[in-house]
Design a protein around this ligand. Structure first.
Ligand SMILES: NC(=O)c1ccc[n+]([C@@H]2O[C@H](COP(=O)([O-])OP(=O)(O)OC[C@H]3O[C@@H](n4cnc5c(N)ncnc54)[C@H](O)[C@@H]3O)[C@@H](O)[C@H]2O)c1
Length: 376
């Protein structure tokens, strides 16, 4: 595999983080970066451009990574593809669906590969759950609850994050990560979106909530706040399947727990979840269904392995409680995701029939949900 030359447009907090992790790969080299704060400097460890137009005109680059604030994403990505570069675009793909559609058009015209950095799909816990969920290992996914309590200490009132014209607002700037994950866990399509929000003042809308309904009954509720101290920062994703309750912890998912009604096939598949440790396993035949209080008809132990849920029949013989945890650090896992997505993009460049783990269409789908939530 050749060494791909990358140029990063937007060399702020995240642009530098991308550089840090891609530096550890042999298949890519960050050869240039552009930022409005740079003076042009075409020698040194990497070429520095003040204007992004000069970076995308750099003939030695194969891939342009765009890590500017969201409002600039589409213009720079379209220009990069038109100047013959493949693109890794930061999320959100755009701040409006209309703008995002032009990316599809330019991608079609130029034939370049474009990916959007929904890097959470490469997190080992999320990846395993997407696979198990799509295979309906735990039956139907009925309810998803995303709760994200984020800090705002590093987001002063004048930060672009609070300016909807630049960021699109919390649903678009941040919520898209989680709309995308829930979309990835199911083959269902969203049908309705309800949104609500609260601002501490006119500019700083710091709490948002959305309910997303899907065509086969999945209801997802999303809450994001950027209004607390770092000490209380907490993100959880709870997933309620017919046969399992899953809780995933961490904005970069690092650990969690699962309680599952299992059969032999499920037990085998549970091993896909990284760092899984079984805490308890009991035969269902010995368990009492706690939904019916004592004295209420028949509360005797279940005598067979047939489970009914949502009008469907399942087979299970064991109730398993387990915990899972990734042993690497948060930064290493984040880095793993960023390396995996660039590797996915390069594989697609080399082999056009390669199926990307996350596509432009996926990114636009999550933006559609975010835009509908934002409009309300
Ligand atoms: N995928 C992820 O996990 C993840 C994580 C963090 C941030 N992001 C995304 O990365 C992007 C940047 O976020 P950040 O936190 O690094 O912001 P930031 O403010 O730290 O950095 C943005 C940089 O872009 C530069 N810039 C602004 N406009 C520019 C332009 N027109 N041309 C060239 N440079 C320009 C700024 O000078 C700044 O250095 C956002 O889209 C954000 O959503 C993604």
């Amino acid at each position: 595999m050749k060494t791909y030359q990358i140029g990063i447009v937007g060399y702020g907090g995240f642009g530098k983080f991308l550089h840090h992790w891609w530096n550890t790969l042999a298949t890519v080299k960050v050869a240039a970066a552009s930022d409005g704060r740079f003076e042009d400097e075409l020698t040194g460890e990497f070429r520095k451009y003040n204007k992004w137009e000069d970076l995308i005109a750099d003939d030695d680059l194969d891939i342009v990574s765009i890590a500017t604030p969201p409002a600039f994403h589409v213009k720079i990505a379209c220009a990069a593809m038109r100047s013959g570069k493949h693109v890794l675009l930061e999320k959100p793909v755009a701040i409006t669906v209309k703008e995002a559609e032009t990316l599809r058009q330019v991608q079609h015209e130029t034939g370049k590969v474009i990916m959007v950095d929904h890097m959470l799909r490469y997190n080992p816990i999320i990846k395993a759950l997407i696979k198990l969920s799509k295979e309906e290992t735990f039956g139907k996914l009925r309810h998803a609850i995303v709760s994200n309590y984020a800090q705002d200490e590093s987001l002063p009132a004048e930060h672009w994050f609070w300016d909807k014209e630049v960021s699109g607002g919390i649903f678009i700037e941040h919520g898209v990560h989680f709309f995308d994950i829930i979309n990835a866990l199911t083959d269902q399509k969203f049908t309705k979106v309800y949104g609500a929000s609260h601002g501490r003042n006119e500019q700083q809308v710091d709490q948002v909530s959305a309910m997303v309904l899907y065509n086969e009954g999945l209801i997802a509720s999303h809450y994001h706040s950027f209004s607390g101290p770092g000490f209380f920062e907490e993100t959880t994703i709870r997933l309620m399947y017919d046969l399992a309750k899953v809780e995933i912890k961490g904005w970069i998912p690092m650990s969690g727990s699962i309680k599952v009604l299992a059969n032999a096939a499920t037990r085998e598949k549970l091993n896909h979840i990284p760092g899984l440790k079984i805490i308890n396993a009991e035969q269902i035949s010995g368990l009492v269904d706690v939904s019916r209080p004592e004295g209420w008809g028949d509360t005797s132990a279940t005598d067979n392995v047939s489970i009914k849920a949502g009008g469907l029949d399942y087979q299970a013989d064991e109730m398993i409680s387990a915990e899972f945890e990734i042993t690497q650090s948060k930064s290493e896992i984040y880095g793993h995701c960023l390396k995996s997505i660039i590797y996915d993009l390069i594989t697609k460049i080399e082999n056009p029939s390669h199926q990307l783990n996350v596509t432009l269409d996926d990114a636009i789908e999550s933006l559609k949900i975010a835009e509908l939530a934002e409009k309300q």
